[in-house]
Write a protein that binds this ligand. Structure first.
Ligand code: ATP
Ligand code: MG
Length: 745
């Protein structure tokens, strides 16, 4: 295999396959690129993809890494390239019984978590001023990161009334998760750790399988993740970790920088390779980033160099107010984007907190500059998407009371809070789930007349989907739920602009399902509903980032990790905002913020803008500000003297090895041809309805049919409710009429 594209050190790292290896290197030095080539090299050397495990920080990074590897060496079935959470989930799916869960357990996201905690606060009559939900959620999460169960938490405390309140909430929270056959995010890691730690046979199975293990962004692993990886790698010791101590930005979420600094202690045989050439940024940008990060004390000293020229100077602009700052950024983008060969996706605005985003949105809108925002109110948190996800979750896991509670009256089915309360009490008394309770005819008939009919019809649809789950594509199930539960119709009947935009979102979500199905098909894997829901639960903001969108990207610096952009704006360079108030109280806090500043600056390839506002309103509170500590540290000789800026995209790095996103190696194609009066929304609605109609046709024995999932076959038997088909591939299947996506040919 040809590794000529890599430099000497990168080649060394890629070909050092046996024994522990630490690739320690600064931003943009090709760590991710090297890891990708290392995987390809292993496979080229005859290692089975089946024995390779590579851990990335986001699902999107995982997908890209797989694509790159497969481009280099062809299809790699059985290889695990995924995030820690996805890996834990996989392990738990395979060994759910060892974790004490049912096969169909679900994963709760932060919205679900919030709902449960809020309910507990109400149920236990807790003063939510003294114990806000966010505070309780944070404590619970911290405890889980420290592998500390409610009892252990209580032991650690002084047993004060306050500690008892938290203990009671934590305990009840865990109880409810269990009862709903659900795990939250932290549980995923924790349960995977426990399964591996407490079951030597299961651990051995993974140890034997994964002879080669790699972890990107290792500096941001937390203690639980670290233990999982360490255990799995113990047998073969072929662990390669890749990271940069200067880029550890998740300590507040439990990441432990010592994991990377102590790697050589844990694995005394470790070889260390440093990469020092930066391929991403111009000289000035690198020097500026270095002049800031060098003020951190607890770091392994390293300095990057580049063959690239110095590039244009760093622009710093102090604006009078936050509004003016946003105006300035939008104006610069407007000016610069006029350059030849320039596209809006060359630009990123990276801010410290989501609260800063709104002004930039306003300013960009005013100039008609398209943008994508990758933080704040996320895709999955939209009401209608979340509702549909709950429907889907119930298909997989009927015990999910939280989901059922959410959708039982969505659309309106005449189930008010009182009726719901009664149903819940009944379920509790009988020790059953809500779903099982509603499955009893006498319960259904005891409901008010209107509710009785509509709930029954919903339950029938749900059961049909549950029963036929494995015979349908995820998108078929989705269509059926959307149409047959009355959800789509209720929105259509509303006939408002808002409802219309909700429908758009729901169809948007469907394209997301299609993407998932296509991706799976390309990897020759089954696209199951279970896995789709896992994807939904484990996706992060960054996973929605599209580097060929033709839009300016707005995101937090945290989400920008691993990405690169030709032009980067970092607004809000003010003490109290960046570094933040709380961070400024401690040396550790400041150092973490400084690393974040380094991450932000090193995302830029060609041009870097820093701005601050003399007056800023944040969270409804206006204040005069002081320029950021980090600005004071910055080497002033690198700054643009007159603040004027020109930008000519040079395509210098041209993304030869481009592994990460953010690079501009590819422009969106022309849109496909559409008929003149094509209404995409109408068309999409139509197709959803058609697909949900299932087969209205009557079949007789001997009919030739095609099925959405199983392809071509022949009808061999028909009765009142089912059609039995012998498929060319995949055997004979009995399918439910009215839902099976069958068509005569
Ligand atoms: P980060 O610390 O931000 O995660 P990284 O160290 O993982 O960065 P990469 O993203 O792998 O760096 O690489 C940065 C850029 O440099 C990419 O555009 C990549 O294609 C390019 N690159 C890496 N190595 C080489 C090389 N040997 N020759 C040319 N370009 C390279
Ligand atoms: Mg990287």
């Amino acid at each position: 295999m040809n590794l000529d594209n890599l430099n000497k050190e990168q080649q060394k790292a890629a070909t050092h396959t046996e024994g522990p290896l630490l690739i320690l290197a600064g931003a943009g030095s090709g760590k991710t690129a090297t890891m990708t080539h290392r995987i390809a090299y292993l496979i080229d050397q005859g290692v089975s993809p089946y024995s390779i495990l590579a851990v990335t920080f986001t699902n999107k990074a995982a997908k890209e890494m797989r694509d790159r590897v497969e481009k280099l060496v062809g299809p790699c079935p059985g290889m695990w390239i995924m995030t820690f959470h996805a890996m834990s989930l996989r392990i738990l799916r395979e060994h759910y019984y060892a974790a004490g869960y049912d096969k169909n357990f679900v994963v709760y996201d932060t919205v679900d978590q919030k709902t449960i905690i809020k309910n507990i606060i109400k149920e236990q009559n807790i003063d939510s001023k003294q114990f806000p939900q966010a505070y309780l959620s944070a404590i619970i999460s911290k405890e889980k990161e420290a592998d500390s169960a409610p009892e252990q938490f209580l032991e650690k405390t002084d047993g004060s009334p306050k500690a008892k309140v938290i203990y009671n909430v934590y305990k009840e929270y865990q109880r409810q998760l269990r009862a709903n056959n659900a795990m939250d995010f932290d549980d995923l890691l924790l349960n995977a750790l426990h399964v591996l730690r407490d079951n030597p046979d299961i651990l051995a199975q993974y140890q034997n399988r994964f002879r080669y293990i790699m972890v990107d962004e290792y500096q941001d692993t937390n203690h639980i993740q670290y233990q999982i990886i360490r255990m799995m790698a113990m047998a073969h010791q072929n662990l390669c970790v890749v990271g940069d101590d200067d880029q550890c930005i998740y300590q507040w979420r439990g990441a432990d920088i010592r994991n990377i600094l102590d790697f050589e202690k844990d694995f005394p045989a470790a070889k260390v390779i440093k990469l020092e050439q930066n391929y991403r940024s111009c000289g000035n940008i690198l020097a500026a980033a270095h002049s800031v990060i060098k003020n951190n004390r607890g770091r392994k000293s390293k300095k990057l160099w580049t063959e690239a020229d110095a590039g244009s100077p760093i622009v710093y602009k102090r604006c009078d107010s936050d509004k003016e700052e946003a105006y300035y950024v939008a104006q610069e983008i407007d000016l610069l984007s006029g350059a030849k060969d320039c596209s809006y996706d060359d630009f990123a605005v990276l801010y410290r907190t989501n609260a800063q985003s709104r002004l930039f949105e306003d300013a960009l809108k005013r100039r008609h500059i398209p943008y994508q925002i990758l933080s704040g109110f996320s895709f999955y948190e939209r009401k209608e998407t979340k509702d549909m996800i709950c429907y889907l979750r119930l298909v997989v896991n009927p015990a999910d009371d939280l989901a059922l509670r959410r959708i039982i009256n969505e659309p309106k089915r005449g189930i008010g809070p009182t009726t719901l309360g009664k149903l819940e009490t009944l379920a509790k008394v009988n020790g059953q789930s809500l779903f099982d309770t509603l499955s009893q005819e006498e319960v259904i008939y005891s409901l008010p007349a209107k509710a009785s009919v509509s709930v029954k019809s919903m339950m029938d649809v749900m059961k049909l989907c549950q029963q036929e789950k494995d015979n349908l594509r995820v998108s078929d199930i989705y269509d059926n739920l959307l149409v047959k539960t009355g959800y789509l119709k209720a929105l259509e009947d509303e006939n408002t602009l808002e409802a219309e935009s909700r429908i758009e979102n729901l169809l948007d979500f469907k394209s997301f399902i299609y993407d998932f199905e296509e991706e799976k098909a390309a990897a020759d894997e089954k696209a199951t509903l279970e896995e789709f829901l896992e994807r939904v639960a484990t996706d992060s903001d960054t996973d929605k980032y599209d580097n060929e969108s033709g839009k300016v990207t707005l995101m937090t610096m945290h989400s920008a990790k691993g990405l690169e952009f030709p032009v980067v704006f970092m607004p809000g360079m003010e003490d109290g905002l960046f570094p933040g108030h709380r961070a400024m109280d401690s040396e550790n806090g400041i150092e973490e913020e400084r690393r974040l500043c380094y991450v932000g600056m090193t995302r830029a390839k060609e041009k870097l803008f820093l701005t601050s506002a003399a007056y800023r309103v944040l969270y409804g509170h206006g204040e005069y500000t002081r320029e950021s500590t980090f600005l004071r540290e910055l080497d002033k000789s690198l700054l643009d003297k007159d603040g004027d800026s020109i930008y000519e995209p040079s395509r210098r790095t041209d993304n030869r090895l481009g592994v990460d996103t953010g690079s501009f190696d590819g422009y969106s194609q022309n849109p496909p041809f559409r008929p003149y009066n094509f209404d995409p929304l109408k068309y999409a609605k139509q197709s959803v309805k058609e697909s949900a109609a299932g087969s209205a046709e009557d079949f007789i024995e001997g009919d030739q049919v095609t099925h959405g999932k199983f392809g071509h076959g022949i009808v061999v038997d028909v009765d009142a409710k089912t059609v039995t088909v012998a498929f060319d591939e995949g055997g004979t299947k009995k399918l439910a009429k009215g839902i099976a996506p069958l068509r005569k040919v």
